[in-house]
Design a protein around this ligand. Structure first.
Ligand SMILES: NC(=O)c1ccc[n+]([C@@H]2O[C@H](COP(=O)([O-])OP(=O)(O)OC[C@H]3O[C@@H](n4cnc5c(N)ncnc54)[C@H](O)[C@@H]3O)[C@@H](O)[C@H]2O)c1
Length: 423
């Protein structure tokens, strides 16, 4: 059976670009994914169209044979595991994907192989899900098979650039593991590669995301206070940030994606007695869709109205709707009885994005700006005005210029500013 240099397990947002950068550096790479559709898309060079330069690199690596995609694993010197780690009911981490992924490559592992877990995982996972099964097979992890945990910190929308330029943490289970696996990453990583142990690396990833979540929660709590006081939260943010040691993040409709909205729960489930601030922050961010709906209902009142949601993804300029707070807002509005139309130019038309711009806005009573995609920068407000029945804008991102909106004849409302017109 053919032996590859690298086998990347899971060809999703993280696995595919990682596989491509190894292929670009000259390695023969096998991309293994359980999803036949994903493998087909990769083979046909169709994946990654919304990620800068990814699709071009995919086509190049498929054509020159640097990347092979398959639904079965194979022999390789290095295995990178990049499968999902969502949470289950009761917000417990679901490690079954990692477990199954490693079980499926274990028969191909030989002495001298290296394994890196990249999936975001609870502290102790590398030892539990990689080292323990290796031991059961008679290998000494860190000596016979080199093992490390190396988390991803990339920003969707800029993944290739960040995979190359970000600093990377590499937590090996032995010094030799660190040394050998670092040499692989050095093939494409231009940032620093910081060496540590696997537990510390796992804790770093979860701590980074919990830090972001708590800071966003602070901004959202400020927005709630400002709303209650009839003050413009964005003005407070701007003025407070003139202080040399204050940097408040922007409030918003909540936190989505499958990282920041999920990973802090891993810490809460593992360290329940030590994570009061982290769990409170998570709950504040999860409450923001209801907070936005309360404001919207205060503006519109009667539920026999049409609301046009522009942007449904969890953040700007990506096609990912996982855990999107705007999706939750749309769902709650639907349940309340509003007619909700959704337009997102980055999401394929279907359940999540169900209308083109014109259809979405036609006879509408409110434009709800959900996500600040660049594509909405040149929104023609006169055109929008001509389509809508009631001329009301509710902006969850402080994205639409208030003065321009008012000049165009709209009533303009901003999340976290009370129901009155903002100053
Ligand atoms: N997407 C991000 O921006 C990001 C950033 C940092 C960390 N992470 C972490 O990286 C990991 C992967 O995330 P993602 O966004 O790439 O996920 P994804 O859902 O985009 O991709 C995962 C892929 O793994 C495949 N898969 C599932 N089980 C498998 C198995 N047993 N064997 C082989 N393939 C399997 C799926 O079919 C899918 O194609 C997660 O732990 C995530 O938290 C993601």
């Amino acid at each position: 059976m053919k032996k590859y240099d690298v086998c990347v397990v899971g060809l999703g947002y993280i696995g595919l670009p990682t596989a491509l950068l190894f292929a670009k550096s000259g390695k023969k790479v096998l991309g293994y994914d359980v999803s036949a559709d994903t493998v087909k898309e990769v083979r046909n060079g169709e994946k990654g169209k919304n990620e800068p330069n990814l699709n071009e690199l995919l086509k190049e690596c498929i054509q020159n044979g640097g990347l092979t995609a398959d639904t079965t694993p194979g022999y390789a010197d290095l295995y990178i595991i990049a499968v999902p780690t969502p949470f289950k009911n009761e917000r417990q981490p679901d490690m079954s994907y990692v477990q199954k992924a490693f079980e499926s490559v274990l028969p191909y592992i030989t002495e001298g192989s290296a394994v890196v877990l990249e999936s975001t995982s609870p502290v102790g996972s590398t030892v539990k899900y990689i080292c323990e099964p290796l031991k059961e097979k008679g290998f000494m992890p860190g000596r016979d098979v080199f093992v490390a945990y190396s988390p991803e910190r990339v920003l969707p929308g800029n993944i290739l650039h960040e995979l190359i330029h970000n600093n990377r943490i590499l937590g090996g289970v032995s010094e030799e593991s660190c040394r050998i696996i670092k040499d692989y990453y050095k093939l494409f990583v231009e940032g620093d590669i910081e060496l540590t142990d696997a537990n510390t690396a796992e804790m770093c990833k979860l701590t980074e995301n919990a830090y972001r979540d708590v800071n966003i929660a602070f901004a959202n709590e400020m927005a709630k206070m400002c709303q209650a006081a009839g003050i413009n939260a964005w003005e407070v943010q701007k003025l407070c940030n003139k202080h040399p040691r204050v940097n408040i993040l922007s409030p918003g409709p909540g936190v989505g994606g499958h990282c920041i909205a999920v990973d802090p729960w891993f810490l809460v489930s593992q360290f329940s007695d030590q994570t009061h601030m982290i769990s409170t922050g998570r709950m504040i961010n999860d409450s923001m869709p209801d907070f936005a709906v309360e404001q919207i209902m205060g503006i519109l009142g009667d539920t026999d109205r049409k609301i046009s949601v522009l942007g449904i993804t969890y953040k700007p300029d990506v096609d990912d709707v996982r855990e999107s707070p705007v999706l939750k807002i749309a769902e709650i509005l639907n349940q309340k009885g509003y007619r909700v139309a959704i337009h997102d130019p980055l999401v394929a038309r279907g359940r999540f994005s169900n209308a083109d711009l014109e259809e979405c806005l036609k006879d509408s009573d409110m434009l709800l700006l959900g996500v600040n995609h660049k594509a909405f920068l040149n929104l023609d407000l006169a055109f929008v005005y001509s389509l809508m029945r009631s001329k009301i804008i509710f902006d969850t991102r402080n994205f639409i210029n208030k003065e321009k909106a008012e000049q165009a004849g709209f009533e303009y409302y901003l999340l976290g500013c009370g129901y009155q017109k903002t100053n």
